[in-house]
Design a protein around this ligand. Structure first.
Ligand code: SAH
Length: 224
């Protein structure tokens, strides 16, 4: 892979480091682990943005990816990945994969990634992009993330990149005891909160509110 963008990725990681330091009172996490930093340094973010945005692919901002959706800000991708604490043997469910950038970061860290995206056109483009980049351990499918992916459950980790008003019950069900999930919660007109959900080995589910965030809504197809 060409390294024209390696310097831009290094600067992006410095910026993420500053944000992590600023938000540590909320997240309890002052810096990125080596594993997450290395994954963020490897994934070519410029391949996931629109051609016109390639020159600004590594600034710490969300960018449009078409169909009214966005690629998340690098700091948010890094923070959610860090909080998820993905281990190499994990099976991870990702909801709202959009362009597939977060999927690629997870694919660097996990055994397998199952990604669901509601908009078929985005799901197909993400699957093709991830295949071209050689991420053979990611499967992307078009679908409604509210329902999870029961055929592949249980999952060790679940990451949701769009905000539901409450944690979808199917996702709690499909999380393995001992597993964790990270997701934004809140209605569109409210400030949303990034939540860390932990399913204890005895099945008890606990959630911790961490950080104010802004995400697109998790659209329920039942709402039309
Ligand atoms: N993970 C992306 C961010 C994508 S934005 C990244 O790496 O930058 C959130 C995505 O969630 C959008 O693409 C949107 O279409 C999708 N989405 C919204 N509601 C959904 C639902 N019910 N099921 C699956 N995906 C959904």
């Amino acid at each position: 892979m060409s390294d024209t963008f390696a310097e831009a990725r290094r600067r992006m990681l410095e910026e993420i480091g500053r944000h992590a330091e600023e938000t540590k009172a909320w997240t309890g996490c002052e810096r990125l682990s080596e594993r997450v930093a290395a994954a963020m340094a490897r994934v070519p973010r410029h391949v996931f943005v629109a051609e016109a945005d390639i020159g600004i692919a590594y600034i710490d901002r969300p960018l449009p990816i078409g169909r009214g959706q966005t690629i998340s800000q690098p700091f948010i991708v890094a923070a959610m990945t860090e909080l998820l604490a993905v281990e190499p043997h994990h099976r991870v469910l990702e909801i709202g994969s959009g362009c597939g950038y977060q999927s690629a970061v997870l694919a660097e860290l996990a055994d397998r990634v199952f990604a669901i995206e509601r908009i078929g056109e985005l799901a197909r483009a993400a699957a093709e992009r991830l295949r071209r980049l050689g991420y053979a351990n990611v499967e992307v499918r078009e679908g409604d993330g509210y329902l999870g992916w029961p055929e592949q459950a249980p999952f060790d980790r679940i990451l949701v990149a769009a905000a539901p008003p409450n944690i979808p019950p199917a996702l709690i069900e499909q999380l393995r005891p001992g597993g964790r999930m990270v997701l934004p919660i809140g209605r569109i007109e409210e400030v949303q909160t990034l939540v860390l959900g932990i399913k204890h080995p005895d099945g008890r589910f606990e959630s911790r509110r961490l950080l104010p965030v802004t995400f697109v809504p998790l659209v329920s197809d039942k709402d039309g």
